[in-house]
Unconditional design. Sequence first.
Length: 244
Amino acid sequence: MSHQHLAPPLQRCPLISKDLTSKTYTSDVAAFVSKAKAIRTISSRQSRLVFALDATASRDATWQTARRHHRELYDATAGASDLAVQLCYYRGINEFNASPWLTSGRELCSRMDGVTCEGGPTQIARLLNHYLEVGTPVTPVRALIFIGDAVEERSEALLNLAGQCRLKVQPIFTFQEGTDPIAARIFSEMARISGGAYAALGEQTSVMLQRLLAAVARYATGGRQALTQSGTESDRLLLSQLPK
């Protein structure tokens, strides 16, 4: 009599997996998707402004005074919860820095206080290229505020970049320290060509600077209509320089 060898019964292995259809998992995914959408919505609605500084050695002698000017932007943007600001500066031989997008005026002010001057040439073309590239169709950059005192680059290249800013509807607002006539001419032309505005700074213009920066912040968040509705002297001054 032959014995038939039977295979041992198959053992059921425990499944190591999660129930992807569970209510808990579905709820977590829904919450994540909802939060991601909210972040995208806030980002798309938030107006963005680049605030740029020349931090080369030529400004070292007046840097403490300049810090006061820089702080005016903190005062101008502190109440604008829907405005994000990126701090940029150049200095040294080839150093260019751009911060994350900041929505806290206090953090912006703290970063400004950490900037010191170092000898080197101006890098305005590099700044303008950054300004042109940093925006996206979803999160466009509304304006560039630039504070400087000198130009050591070819004016043709800078004015060409200003024209590109005009095509992208990204105006440049230039504020000049000092009295260099070459810088005055190029800064004013950059502003005009791009669709922005130019102002010369002086010891007596601290209050006006604060008001002009506040006007630029309003322009960045609400356009010409915001300036027209406010009716302040600084907003009217800014409007008078903007192209119609």
